[in-house]
Every structure is written in structure tokens, then in C-alpha cells.
Ligand binder design. Structure first.
Ligand SMILES: [Zn+2]
Length: 179
């Protein structure tokens, strides 16, 4: 299957020292956990030393996260650098036309298909790592966050975080005890 997010690095792998640089803009259509407000944009550079494929780059976007305290929406700028290394096996064909070099990747999710980089997979991994551990709206932990205040007023303590259980309780309770 031909994928349009594959970046063919075979030329780079067969010619150590040859650099490839590409500008990338993607909305990461397969990303379901992170709500992007604008495309992820940046550049990516690839070069092989012969034994190692180096991939570097710089990306930025803006996303909607949840405030860790009040769960309110929070717009956050996200920037990250790429600096990845992957082992390369075999002899580049530029040195010996009978042979060819191949990138080796032992990631849990395949980052390569043959010598092509699955760009969006790499970017999604990097984006997840770049997310702040705990983002807070401007009220922080101490301030009087109006959203947090109204949530705790609305919901009984035991149901905080699980409003869907309210419906379940209603389902389980017989409407008419005589029936
Ligand atoms: Zn908040």
C-alpha cells in the first residue's frame, strides 16, 4: 500500500553524507488523542553516516489540552526538536553496487517501511513526548478557578470524574417497585 506520509530515505541510505531536508506540514489525521488547533509544521533533515541514520528537525503546533485541575480547555503552544538515530545495516550501494544499506528499527510501532520513514508515526511519538506533564489554566492550583468551583458544586463528591455513572444508577433503580 502506498502511503502519502512515507518519506523515501533510500537515496540518503545508499549515499552516506548526502543530506535530505524537507518541510512538513500535517494535521496528523491519525492522531485521536490530541486536538490540534493548527497543522504541525516544521522541517526534517536526514543523513546517514554509513552505520547510523540521523534524523533531526524542529516542529511546532498549537493544541487544546485539558486543565489538570478543572478539566477546562486549555490552548497550549507546543514546540519540539527531533534528534533520532537508527542503526543501518549493509553496505551502501554507492560503495558496492551489488549491495544495499537498510535501516533497522526496533520500535514498538514500526517507524520504517523498508527504507521509507513513516513520518507521521515519528511525529506523533515526538508530539506526545513534548506535551506538558500537567497543564493548568491561568488559575493554577491555588487560584479560584470558576470552572473548578462550579464543577464541584454541581456534582456530588463521589461522582466527580464519572458523571456517566449517574445515568447507570438510574437504570439500575426500578422505576416502579410493584412491577
Ligand atoms: Zn483550571
Amino acid at each position: 500500500m502506498k502511503r502519502d506520509d512515507l518519506l523515501d530515505l533510500n537515496d540518503v541510505l545508499q549515499h552516506p553524507g548526502r543530506e535530505l531536508a524537507v518541510d512538513i506540514s500535517t494535521e496528523l489525521p491519525e492522531e485521536v488523542d490530541i486536538d490540534l488547533l493548527k497543522p504541525l509544521e516544521g522541517y526534517l533533515e536526514a543523513v546517514s553516516t554509513g552505520n547510523i541514520l540521523l534524523i533531526t528537525g524542529s516542529f511546532s503546533t498549537r493544541a487544546v489540552l485539558e486543565c489538570a485541575r478543572c478539566c477546562g480547555p486549555l490552548e497550549v503552544d507546543i514546540d519540539f526538536e527531533l534528534d533520532e538515530q537508527f542503526p543501518v545495516e549493509g553496505t551502501p550501494s554507492s560503495l558496492n553496487p551489488q549491495e544495499s544499506a537498510k535501516v533497522v528499527s526496533d520500535e514498538p510501532f514500526p517507524l520504517f517501511e523498508a527504507n521509507s520513514l513513516v513520518v507521521e508515526q515519528l511525529l506523533r511519538q515526538a508530539l506526545h513526548l513534548a506535551l506538558p506533564m500537567q497543564s493548568l489554566c491561568s488559575f493554577g492550583w491555588e487560584g479560584e478557578c470558576p470552572v473548578a468551583a462550579s464543577r464541584s458544586a454541581e456534582l456530588p463528591l463521589s461522582n466527580i470524574g464519572h458523571p456517566e455513572f449517574n445515568k447507570l444508577t438510574n437504570l439500575l433503580r426500578p422505576e416502579d417497585p410493584d412491577r
